[in-house]
Design a protein around this ligand. Structure first.
Ligand SMILES: CC(C)(COP(=O)(O)OP(=O)(O)OC[C@H]1O[C@@H](n2cnc3c(N)ncnc32)[C@H](O)[C@@H]1OP(=O)(O)O)[C@@H](O)C(=O)NCCC(=O)NCCS
Length: 180
């Protein structure tokens, strides 16, 4: 059992604590990231914008946060609903072109991260359930994640299946899709 509350990010829009909560999300993002060093502040900001910022900006209603008993954000999920391989917003991510035959069937996408001390308690699964229900209600036929092999088993346990892969040099990306 975990004692966190899951709620939609846009429902906290008028919270006086919003800036602090936003800082909590950034903390979870940067501490969970495989990348831990940046050439400059601009480089760091670009990285944040690519994997977090644009989702919060364009799709705040699709973002979910997990807050602990002190109201600190200890995990989040951001996502979108429309096929990213055909959305100019994501044209900077070349792997979508590679997966463009799969994205129409699994157009919704998500990114989920938790603070290290809150992992393994089912919170990631709860965040995915919340987003999946929302995406289904909005008419999305499926949802996908593009990820490395590391978290694969977590997604398989949450109803995703491996639908495609992309190997470049030593980097392997998996396309994991789940029907909604
Ligand atoms: C991946 C993540 C969101 C899962 O959330 P969670 O709340 O820890 O997951 P749950 O408690 O719902 O499920 C845990 C299950 O997933 C597995 N799992 C979780 N993260 C894993 C990982 N990085 N690699 C392999 N398995 C993982 C656990 O082994 C566990 O399986 P089990 O129940 O059979 O033991 C979270 O662990 C996390 O933020 N990890 C670091 C960042 C990351 O990898 N984010 C995803 C990027 S695509």
């Amino acid at each position: 059992m975990s004692d966190v509350e899951i709620c939609r990010w846009d429902q906290l829009a008028s919270s006086p604590e919003r800036d602090r909560l936003s800082g909590d999300i950034d903390h979870v993002f940067f501490s969970s990231s495989l990348r831990q060093s940046f050439d400059s502040a601009d480089d760091r900001a670009t990285f944040r914008e690519r994997w977090l910022g644009r989702y919060l900006k364009h799709f705040p209603h699709l973002a979910w946060v997990a807050r602990d008993a002190t109201q600190r954000v200890v995990g989040y999920l951001v996502g979108s609903l429309d096929d990213p391989a055909r959305d100019p917003l994501f044209s900077d991510l070349p792997f979508f072109a590679h997966f463009r035959t799969l994205t129409p069937r699994y157009p919704a996408q998500l990114h989920v991260n938790l603070d290290a001390e809150w992992r393994g308690r089912g919170i990631g699964a709860r965040l995915i359930d919340a987003f999946a229900a929302q995406a289904r209600a909005a008419g999305a036929p499926g949802v996908h994640v593009v990820t490395s092999r590391g978290p694969r088993n977590f997604y398989l346990a949450n109803g995703f299946m491996e639908r495609g892969a992309l190997k470049n040099d030593d980097v392997e990306l998996l396309f994991l899709g789940r029907e909604l």
